[in-house]
Structure formats: structure tokens, C-alpha cells
Ligand binder design. Structure first.
Ligand code: OOG
Ligand code: MG
Length: 259
């Protein structure tokens, strides 16, 4: 017997509650069919619940923009999610594992949007709208059991976004197409890569963000942060670890997990 088919509103509440209570849930795709389009509706509805609680929309995250990430999670399509101020973690601060199910951290490049951007744009047009670039770390935390999901599942779950840390902004003219990136735990390199792993150039991820925002009836707004997607596989977080992301030329971003 299949369970009852839940509405998109019910799935959104389920994903949002799981995130709030740091509780793992069964994959939606195990009990019902969900198109990718419907999954983006579920994501929008679940983020609306956050906004109704007083959180503010502050940007967009791109996901699965590198081969390493696609291989790690077994989904091979670029996805995106919505960032709110409630997900922001200050550079240098401490986070507690209690707010997460099974968090991982991954190194990213962040763009600061200076001018509205949406639709089909060239990389040059996209970069013209950028006001700054920074090293970043994303804390991802799938709400699905065992960190396993289908494409539609992960999209409905806000593309696993749980937290993000952004370092100091550099001039937007700083080339970021091929910068060395290191993800450290307690001062030891765990993942090493290059920003070129992000679709060949993170600017392509920004172009995709503009296109996908428009498909959702949105645009990238001045002041928003766009995370281009991880350049390497993600690392599981454990109690007490000090995490640092080093991006050549852009600098570092760091946080620690409560012991
Ligand atoms: C999905 C989110 C992927 C990235 O940077 O590639 C992502 C996941 O890995 O759970 O954020
Ligand atoms: Mg990411």
C-alpha cells in the first residue's frame, strides 16, 4: 500500500519542520511522484514559511555545479536554493551541531549582487552586475535520512542549504575563474581544488542563477549573495572541529563547531 499522496503545501511544511527540528525524514520520492517543477514549488512554499516567521531573503545558492559534488550525491544536474538571513553564520563564529541532522561543509565562491540581474545573460553582463567577490563556506544538511535523495527531493529541501559563511568582499574585477581552494579541518587540508571546477568558471554559475531566477519569476536583487556552488566534495562536520576555507587571492573564511 502506498501512503496517501501529500499536497505540495504539506510537503513544504514537512521539509520546513524537519529543518527547524533538525530531524531526518523519509525521501518524498519514496512515497509519491514529484516533478522537478513541483519540487521548486515545495521549496518556495517552505521558504515562505521562514519569511512568515520573520526571516529575510538575502540571496540564492547554486548547487551541483562541480563534478566532485555531482559524484558525491549521485545527482548530476545544476540546482538552486533560497538563502535567508536566518541561515547566515558570521565569519569566525561558533556553530552548534544541535541545529542540524548530519551537516557537511563545502568551499564556495560568493558574488555580491550590485544591480538587478535576471534572464538570459552573457557572463560579461552577469559580471557587470556584481559588486564584490568573496571566499565562502556553505553548511549543507539534507533533511533526508542518510543524506540520500533524488533530484526532486533535494530541490524540495531547499537544495540542502542550512547555513552559509561569507568572508571579506574583494573588488568585483578580481578574476575568480581559476583560484586555488583549500578546505581545512583543524589546520589540515581535507579537500583541495580550484574555482575552475565550478562549471569551468564560477561566472557560468552566476549566468545559470540569473536564468533560473527568472524561470521562478524572481531576479537577483542588489545586496543579495549568490553562492556559485562547491568546488570540491563536502566534509562532514564533527563536534569541536575548526573549519577554514582558503581561496587564493580572496582570503579565508572560518568557523568552529562547539565541542
Ligand atoms: C546538494 C547541494 C549541493 C553544492 O554546492 O554543490 C551544493 C547537496 O550536496 O546536498 O550546495
Ligand atoms: Mg553548496
Amino acid at each position: 500500500m502506498m501512503g496517501e499522496i501529500r499536497s505540495l503545501v504539506e510537503l513544504a511544511a514537512c521539509a520546513d519542520d524537519a529543518a527547524r527540528q533538525a530531524r531526518a525524514i523519509a525521501q518524498f520520492s519514496h512515497t509519491q511522484g514529484l516533478s522537478v517543477g513541483d519540487a521548486y514549488r515545495v521549496q518556495a512554499l517552505s521558504v515562505e514559511r521562514r519569511l512568515a516567521r520573520g526571516e529575510r531573503r538575502v540571496g540564492m545558492k547554486m548547487g551541483l555545479t562541480s563534478k566532485a559534488k555531482m559524484v558525491q550525491v549521485g545527482v548530476d544536474q545544476v540546482i538552486w536554493g533560497r538563502l535567508t538571513d536566518g541561515m547566515a553564520v558570521a565569519d569566525g563564529s561558533e556553530v552548534s551541531l544541535s541545529g542540524y541532522v548530519h551537516p557537511r561543509v563545502e568551499p564556495e565562491i560568493a558574488y555580491l549582487i550590485g544591480e538587478p540581474l535576471a534572464g538570459s545573460v552573457s557572463a560579461v553582463q552577469a559580471l557587470d552586475a556584481v559588486a564584490g567577490v568573496a571566499p565562502a563556506a556553505e553548511i549543507i544538511d539534507s533533511r533526508f535520512e542518510n543524506f540520500r535523495f533524488s533530484l526532486a527531493d533535494v530541490v524540495a529541501d531547499n537544495s540542502s542549504c542550512s547555513g552559509f559563511v561569507v568572508g571579506g568582499w574583494s573588488d568585483p574585477s578580481t578574476p575568480v575563474d581559476n583560484l586555488g581552494i583549500v578546505l581545512e579541518a583543524d589546520g589540515r587540508a581535507v579537500e583541495i581544488g580550484s574555482s575552475a571546477a565550478i562549471l569551468g568558471d564560477p561566472a557560468r554559475s552566476l549566468v545559470a542563477a540569473a536564468r533560473m531566477a527568472e524561470q521562478a519569476g524572481e531576479r537577483l536583487e542588489p545586496g543579495w549573495v549568490v553562492l556559485a556552488g562547491a568546488a570540491t566534495a563536502a566534509m562532514p562536520l564533527r563536534a569541536g572541529v575548526s573549519v577554514r576555507v582558503i581561496v587564493e587571492r580572496l582570503g579565508t573564511v572560518a568557523f568552529t563547531v562547539t565541542p
